[in-house]
Structure formats: structure tokens, C-alpha cells
Design a protein around this ligand. Structure first.
Ligand SMILES: NC(=O)c1ccc[n+]([C@@H]2O[C@H](COP(=O)([O-])OP(=O)(O)OC[C@H]3O[C@@H](n4cnc5c(N)ncnc54)[C@H](O)[C@@H]3O)[C@@H](O)[C@H]2O)c1
Ligand SMILES: O=C(O)[C@H](O)[C@H](O)COP(=O)(O)O
Length: 374
């Protein structure tokens, strides 16, 4: 069995070596000829899988993406070839939720906000939206959820409309890119919705760039509006509109999901799927490969309390300001969006770390955020 995998899948060599003849490729070089004899094709979001890539391959049996988003796969084409849509749903949901928390604490400091007085409107209550809602609960921050497809499917949680979301202090977007149809998300924030945003609100987009009309957003800033926007994702990545960057409060290169665990979990999920499809025993697991974080234990700063203490803790694990500063100061360089993503520094999830809470009375909130007990 020939297994071809994109070089951005961590631990793919370790997971797949024993299942067949495995070969690595870069999304920059991949083409129809290169994968013409693949039985299994494993990608991340940077490889577009469509007729152009696969028509020459007559024997492909499995295509999987080690990501949550699947909009780089031509689903109609894969179905026409009798191939399923295999993804790593939820692999990086915790990573994105922790990215949003870092953004919230940084913006709260900037805007002088007490987050427990604010309401977060979560649009898209799937894997990421749900993990985010759990972490907000741990922090005592109110939220509401908008997810018409889940509401229609009978999900028992309370859902609100987009009109209610537009009244929230903070709006965080976690929908897939859906172009057209009843639940279209492309340009969900178009010129008219952007015009409804108030300057005392915060909008965070860590799902797909096309969910916000970036041209309309730029026009709004150029017209003098002082909106608070955090963007991890942009229209037309990696060739984004550079003019928008200076206006964005925190700007990053589509790395919200790029924790060590989030990326590697994606590879592990595809390994489990391939084993199942081809009848292998799935004997390997992520814990066989993940390195221990250094340091692995955090001591709380007990000179702080309340939001200041939680903010210091979260930012000590992941401080979005560093990613944003690097992005803003270098993004004008050629091919920088890709470069930042490819060379992203090591970031761990809260669950990889333990916290020594000492005498701190709010320790349960810290464990509910995902940290381990010391
Ligand atoms: N920035 C990153 O690094 C990063 C990481 C992970 C995921 N993502 C993106 O975020 C998206 C969400 O990830 P997920 O794992 O939670 O996916 P998911 O499929 O688990 O959840 C998406 C939710 O959005 C809902 N939805 C669809 N259309 C909607 C609409 N019009 N209005 C409101 N809700 C709608 C769906 O019903 C679903 O519950 C992914 O599809 C991916 O594009 C980005
Ligand atoms: O959809 C996802 O899972 C994320 O957006 C993911 O980070 C994108 O995939 P990548 O470009 O990192 O391969």
C-alpha cells in the first residue's frame, strides 16, 4: 500500500511507516503525477484535493485531511470517485478555544474590561464553539450560542439568533466555510453586518477568512471606524490584503489550532481511520510520541487575584501578543504568511501542564480550564 502524506503532518512517519510504503511531499510540489499511484493520501489544509490532483490516479482508496476544516477538499468530486470525506473533526478545538482565551485576556486589558461583566456570542457551537463555552464557564464568563443547523437537528442546548449575537460584547466565529444554501457562512459578516458592529464590541475570527468580507472591513476602517477585531484567518490566504493588517488589534497567520497536540492529534485521527478501513490494529497512540513540556508545572503568582491572576496564567502558556507582533512586523515580506505557519513555535495545551495552586481559593476554576492538579 502506498501512503503519501504532506510534510506538515507531525509524526506521520512514526504512525504510518509500518502500514505500507510511505512517502512525504510538500504542498508546494504536489501534483497529479506525484500522487498518481497513491492508495492513501493524507493532507492538511494547504493541499487542494480535486479532479486536477486525482484524475490520473485510478486506484486511490482513502483521502484524509488532518484538519477540522474541509473546504480544501472537493467533496462532490471525492464522492463521485466513491471516496469518503475523512477529516480530523475536533483535533484542534481545544487549541482554538485557548487562542480565543488569550485574545480575550489581552483585549480585556486593552479595553479595561472585567470579562465577567461581558457576554460572548459564539457563532458555531460545534467542536471549537463547545470547548470555548466550557472554558468560559470555568472562568465565570457568560456566553450564548448561535448554531441554526444544530438547533434544527434537535441539539438540546439553548440557541439564540444572529440578531442576539450582534448585541453581545464579544463575538467569536467558529463556523465552517459554507458557500451558499440555507446556512451560508461566506461573508456572514458582509458590509451591512460590519456596519452594525459597535466600537465597544470585539469580533474574533478564528474559523475561515471568507466568513468576514475583508474588503468591507477595510473600507469601514478607512472610513474612520475604530472597531476591535482579532483575526487569525483572512480572505485569500496566503496572499492576504496587507492594507487591513495595521487596523487589526491582534493579527495572526492562521495558527489558532497549531498547538503541538492539536496538529499531532489530527495525524493520530487519520491513522485510526486508515487502520479501520484497511483492517490493521491501531497499536500506536499520540502519547507514544508527544514530548513532555518544559517546564511541565506552573506556580501561580499569588500576589495576583481574580482576572489578573487568570490572565497571567493563560498568557504564561500562550501569549497571542507575541504572535501578533511577529505577524505585524514581518507580514510585508514575500511568502511570510506561509513562512510563519511552517516555522511556528512550540505551543502546548493547558492539559499538558500542571499548576501548583498553593493556597489559591479559586483553584477549581483553574482545573476546569483544563490544567492538571499538581
Ligand atoms: N484557525 C484555526 O486554526 C482553525 C482550527 C480549527 C478549526 N477552524 C475552522 O473552524 C471551523 C469550526 O471548527 P469546528 O471543529 O468547531 O467545526 P464543527 O463542524 O465541529 O462546528 C462547526 C459548527 O458550525 C455550525 N454552523 C454551520 N453553519 C452555520 C451558520 N450559518 N451559523 C451558525 N452556525 C453554523 C455547524 O452546525 C457546526 O455545529 C472549521 O470548520 C474550520 O474551518 C480553524
Ligand atoms: O481547519 C483546521 O483544522 C485549521 O484551520 C488548521 O489549522 C488548518 O490546517 P493547516 O493549514 O494548519 O494544515
Amino acid at each position: 500500500m502506498k501512503i503519501y502524506y504532506e510534510d506538515s503532518l507531525p509524526y506521520a512517519a512514526e504512525f504510518f511507516a509500518e502500514l505500507g510504503d510511505s512517502q512525504v511531499f510538500s504542498h508546494k510540489d504536489v501534483n497529479a503525477e506525484l500522487v498518481a499511484d497513491a492508495d492513501v493520501l493524507l493532507v492538511r489544509s494547504t493541499t487542494k484535493v480535486n479532479a486536477e490532483l486525482l484524475d490520473a490516479n485510478k486506484g486511490i482508496q482513502y483521502v484524509g485531511t488532518a484538519t477540522a476544516g474541509t473546504n480544501h477538499l472537493d467533496k462532490a468530486y471525492l464522492q463521485s470517485r466513491g471516496l469518503g470525506i475523512h477529516s480530523a473533526a475536533g483535533c484542534n478545538a481545544v487549541a482554538v478555544a485557548e487562542y480565543v482565551l488569550s485574545a480575550l485576556f489581552v483585549m480585556a486589558e486593552k479595553l479595561d474590561w472585567q470579562l465577567t461583566d461581558k457576554t460572548v456570542g459564539i457563532v458555531g457551537a460545534g467542536h471549537v464553539g463547545t470547548r470555548l463555552s466550557e472554558k468560559l464557564t470555568a472562568l465565570g464568563i457568560q456566553y450564548c450560542l448561535c448554531d441554526p443547523p444544530l438547533a434544527d437537528a434537535g441539539d438540546s442546548r439553548d440557541f439564540v439568533t444572529m440578531d442576539t449575537i450582534m448585541q453581545c460584547d464579544i463575538i467569536s466565529l467558529h463556523v465552517p466555510l459554507v458557500e451558499g444554501g440555507q446556512h451560508n457562512t461566506a461573508h456572514m459578516f458582509d458590509a451591512s453586518r460590519i456596519a452594525q458592529l459597535r466600537e465597544d464590541q470585539l469580533l474574533i475570527n478564528a474559523c475561515r477568512g471568507e466568513v468576514i468580507d475583508n474588503k468591507a472591513l477595510l473600507a469601514s476602517f478607512v472610513a474612520g471606524r475604530e472597531l476591535n477585531i482579532v483575526l487569525d484567518v483572512w480572505e485569500n490566504e496566503p496572499d492576504i490584503d496587507q492594507l487591513l493588517v495595521p487596523y487589526i488589534a491582534l493579527a495572526t497567520a492562521h495558527i489558532a489550532g497549531h498547538t503541538v497536540e492539536g496538529k499531532a492529534r489530527g495525524t493520530e485521527m487519520l491513522y485510526q481511520q486508515v487502520c479501520k478501513q484497511f483492517g490493521f490494529d491501531a497499536t500506536k497512540q499520540l502519547s507514544d510520541y508527544l514530548p513532555s513540556p518544559q517546564p511541565s508545572c506552573i506556580n501561580l503568582d499569588e500576589t495576583l487575584d481574580g482576572q489578573a491572576l487568570l490572565s497571567a496564567l493563560v498568557l504564561s502558556v500562550y501569549d497571542i501578543r507575541k504572535d501578533s507582533a511577529l505577524f505585524k512586523s514581518t507580514i510585508a515580506q514575500p511568502d511570510q504568511f506561509r513562512y510563519i505557519r511552517k516555522n511556528y513555535s512550540i505551543r502546548r495545551e493547558f492539559a499538558a501542564l500542571s499548576v501548583n495552586t498553593g493556597n489559591y481559593l479559586g483553584s477549581e476554576a483553574i482545573y476546569a480550564l483544563g490544567f492538571n492538579r499538581k
